[in-house]
Design a protein around this ligand. Structure first.
Ligand code: HPA
Length: 271
């Protein structure tokens, strides 16, 4: 879906091939309205044939090409979630575009609930791996990629990128957790029983995005890094209900640290 026409528009408008794409997750959109973004070139998703406007509050809906920490970066503000009713092909369509545009690296960020009781609300977690609990794989169907039919996912989150994230966090004096992200459709939050089951399965955080994008980005040959902002403790870990509002608030409270980490990561990227 969408690929050819949207790629044509994007290629015509793109001022450069980004060295890095950063997908800004829920509540983490501050970078998309910062000075670099304002000086950059913004392309609303709706300018790309086949791309609708994102529906969820707290998500932008555009791509911003900008100079960022001395590098050529594309900021993706907002994403297409499976829970919005979009087909998987649209959820991952931006990744297809980036692959065809010649992008080599991507940083996927998200808001997630923490399962690991050692983790705290407001902390950041580098993804080491994921569990696909969407009940669907975005590669089902004809193989549209130049990439393999059965792509390897052994090191889906690039080990060198993870090491860079950790050294950046250390330089900044930040705590950076690392762990396994379990992705599922939502939009209901999980039950406490599901969260207990996911802990047994080895998940450290749970969220409603990232996994399909990471799979397709990998198949497109991109190197992938992932950071979760742990915006709440997952259901049943604390004796309280979950609200989207608390997730947004914790995301906003962590935005400064998140931004500092991302900036350091971009500065530290190999040339
Ligand atoms: N579960 C699923 N998705 C989420 C959560 C959660 O607890 N927090 C933020 N996104």
């Amino acid at each position: 879906m969408t690929a050819a026409a949207a790629l044509q528009v994007l290629t015509a408008k793109a001022p450069f091939v980004p060295e890095l794409v950063i997908v800004l997750g829920s509540g983490l959109g501050s970078l998309a309205v910062g000075p670099e973004a304002q000086a950059g070139l913004a392309i609303p998703f709706t300018d790309l044939p086949g791309f609708p406007a994102p529906t969820v509050e707290g998500h932008g809906g555009r791509l911003v090409f900008c100079e960022f920490e001395g590098r050529k970066v594309l900021l993706q503000a907002g994403r297409f979630h499976f829970y919005e009713g979009h087909p998987m092909s649209l959820v991952v369509a931006p990744m297809r575009l980036y692959g065809r545009l010649g992008v080599k690296s991507i940083l996927l960020t998200n808001a997630a609930g923490a399962l690991n009781p050692a983790f705290g609300v407001g902390e950041l977690m580098a993804l080491t791996d994921h569990i696909n609990f969407f009940g669907a794989n975005p590669l089902v169907g004809p193989n549209v990629g130049p990439g393999p039919r059965f792509p390897d996912m052994t090191a889906i989150y690039d080990p060198a990128f993870r090491a860079l994230l950790h050294s950046c966090a250390q330089d900044l004096g930040q705590t950076l957790r690392e762990g396994v992200y379990l992705g599922l459709t939502g939009p209901s939050y999980e039950t406490p029983a599901e969260i207990r089951a996911f802990r047994v399965m080895g998940a450290d955080a749970v969220g409603m995005s990232t996994v399909p994008e990471a799979i397709v980005a990998r198949q497109e040959g991109l190197k992938v890094a992932g950071i979760s902002c742990l915006c709440n403790m997952a259901a049943g870990i604390l004796p309280q209900a979950l609200t989207h509002q608390e997730v947004l608030e914790a995301g906003a409270a962590a935005a400064g640290r998140f931004e500092a980490l991302v900036r350091a990561f971009v500065r530290g990227l190999p040339a």
